[in-house]
Ligand binder design. Structure first.
Ligand code: ADP
Ligand code: MG
Length: 391
């Protein structure tokens, strides 16, 4: 477990932690903007983690982050109430951690009682870049919820859903279940095909000899939040016009329906095809067919750019740059869009030379620093208790 979280705990509280947990960030390989349409997503957990080190409190909830260099302390009644985090001036980063504690405690009586009486002290340190589209928020929530449960000696049923609730109720972000789910349930060397309608999932082996490269565009456009809400509304209207409970149940051949506005039709076309691409893509990965998967990634990007209109110039350039690099068979934007990261599927042997050439080409074309990482499909979150554990 990360020495940085343990050291941050020791520095903040002058003691050694009694429990630790790590939880990974993720990239979604395919299946974008399908989660809130009851569709499929196909993410991998990556080898970048958030680590939470914790110990019993002194009557308060005391949270520290080595990454933002800040701490928050309040009585449990205040820290664990969602309203506290809706007031202006509440430190946003701490809402994710407090929310994870509060929502996990609803399903974990021993944690609930520990938080109400003794409180908790915890420190987090993450190597998932904050706000870079690799889901540092889910990594933070899951590591906090798991570490706190380990400290209280409890194993709650559904950490992923508790953390999703935390993000909705405390951080005020209406995210789908994917980020938290893959952070909890991923298997090393596998992607995870998640059916967002039922919660059913399947581990899909990654093709041997292929790696995932992530190019962080370094931009996050302001319109992301508002546009996200508009896309959701558009999908709901389209489903209604097609008489379907959600776009999962709609068919492309029905898109000519008279009640459907042209823009909603484009949005629905993306979703219907993207759900199919996620399914087909999982099959291609499982067969080790990287070329077919790569072609699906390229189609996915075009669809997000043209039909769903959530790309931006930097993401389009990032995808072009990745596709130009020898050894890359497919690339697309990943995440909600309007900035964040693009990913490429690259032959593992070519990755060491591909990463710097992609970074250099992106910088040349945009004048921006484009950080490129080669990530490994990693296992889901885990927790340990002291004394040996937090070492
Ligand atoms: P992403 O999840 O893609 O990284 P989000 O906007 O969903 O982007 O979440 C990023 C936010 O999560 C950060 O701005 C910060 O408030 C919070 N966060 C994530 N990790 C940490 C951390 N280690 N310490 C403090 N805050 C964090
Ligand atoms: Mg997030």
């Amino acid at each position: 477990m990360s020495a940085r979280a343990r050291e941050s705990f020791a520095r903040s509280f002058g003691e050694v932690p009694e429990a630790c947990a790590r939880a990974p960030g993720r990239v979604n390989l395919i299946g974008e903007h399908t989660d809130y349409n009851d569709g499929f997503v196909l993410p991998i957990a990556i080898d970048l983690d958030c680590v939470c080190a914790c110990g019993p409190g002194r009557g308060t909830v005391h949270l520290a982050s080595a990454d933002v260099g800040a701490a928050y302390e309040a009585p449990p009644g205040e820290a664990l109430r969602a309203e506290t985090w809706r007031t202006a001036g509440a430190p946003r980063w701490a809402s994710y951690a407090a929310g994870a504690l509060a929502c996990a405690a609803r399903e974990a009586p021993a944690l609930e009682s520990m938080l109400r009486t003794r409180g908790i002290r915890l420190a987090v340190a993450s190597d998932v870049p904050l706000g870079g589209g690799l889901s540092s928020s889910a990594a933070l929530e899951v590591s906090v919820a798991l570490a706190a449960c380990a400290l209280a000696g409890e194993a709650p049923a559904d950490i992923a859903r508790a953390c999703q609730r935390a993000e909705h109720e405390f951080a005020g972000t209406p995210c789908g279940l994917m980020d938290q789910f893959v952070s909890v349930h991923a298997r090393a060397g596998h992607a995870l095909l998640l059916d967002c309608a039922t919660g059913a999932f399947e581990h899909v082996p990654m093709p041997p000899g292929w790696s995932v490269m992530v190019l962080d565009t370094g931009v996050r456009h302001e319109l992301a939040g508002g546009e996200y809400a508009r896309r959701r509304a558009s999908c709901e209207r389209a489903a209604r016009a097609l008489g379907a409970p959600s776009l999962r149940h709609a068919r492309e051949r029905d898109l000519g329906a008279p009640g459907l506005a042209p823009q909603d039709r484009d949005r629905a076309r993306h979703v219907i095809r993207e759900i199919e691409r996620a399914r087909t893509g999982a099959g291609a990965l499982a067969r080790g067919d990287a070329r077919v998967f790569g072609a699906l990634m390229v189609q996915s990007h075009a669809s997000l750019r043209d039909d769903y209109e959530v790309s931006c110039p930097e993401l389009n350039i990032a995808v072009e740059v990745l596709l130009d690099v020898p050894g890359v068979v497919g690339a697309r934007m990943t995440g909600g869009g309007f900035g964040g990261a693009a990913i490429g599927l690259v032959r593992t042997d070519d990755a060491p030379s591909a990463a710097p050439s992609a970074a250099e080409a992106y910088a040349r074309r945009t004048g921006r620093d484009g950080k490129v990482r080669v990530v490994r499909a990693s296992g889901g979150a885990s927790a340990e208790t002291a004394p040996a554990g937090c070492a």
